[in-house]
Write a protein that binds this ligand. Sequence first.
Ligand SMILES: O=C(O)CCC(=O)C(=O)O
Ligand SMILES: [Fe+2]
Length: 259
Amino acid sequence: MARFVAHGALRMDAVVPKDMNAEAFGVLAAGIPAVPYGVPVAEAYPEGSFPRRILGLPEVAGALRSLVGPDPTVDHHFVHVREPRGGSAQPLHGDAIIDVRPDAFDVQLMYYPQDVTPEMGGTLSVPGSHLRRINETDIGRYQNLRGQSRLVCPAGTVVLLHHGIWHGGRRNDSDVVRYMFKIRLNPTVRQRLLWDTADLHDPGVAEELQRTFPWYEPATARLETYNRIMLWRALTGDDSFDLEYWATRVANRPGRSAV
Ligand SMILES: O=C(O)CCC(=O)C(=O)O
Ligand SMILES: [Fe+2]
């Protein structure tokens, strides 16, 4: 979980079985009809349907349970198709407007049914960008950032992203259609201690939360650490959690009640 709070992403390679990946091409090419915003998974996707089976895979279900909790609702879904040798790269963006929630987040599930090669223009994402708030394509003029991840993955890979991550589909320079199926999931419970917390006090947690990324400027990198402290407090319920006294120092206002 600390790694997700630092990176804003969890990648699970080839977790979808081969037979389902084979089936996906027909299902995605035909299109998956839109569902109303905010309906429970069971209502959006009947038992046995393709999206329901993806969400039910043990690795996927377990990771989602840890991140958004039980019974999330479906915000929306979309089949992203990038045509062979077609179009241009998408500008870097966040999928929505500025989202000021400090203590809740949505997860964007991205599923890739086929091997994604470098030529196929896999989804670009920027590790550690999710807590730096932007409005949609505000950051679209940045073509490449140091430390960015341009997805190259085996068939059946699922990536779970914090909703704030900066990302964009790249141009497909190959001869094959690239498919990606995205589902945005909203939590319906408070996201607090929802994962296996046996190692909550492991020194690796603080180490992970202090990770920096190559594109960070020295000054704003500090703010990212602060943002992560705040998210970690929300996720654990431990309002005294800190790294090097940063959050405690700026909350110290003797003689006044806490705000
Ligand atoms: O095609 C992709 O890999 C990403 C698509 C995307 O992020 C979008 O359309 O919002
Ligand atoms: Fe997007």
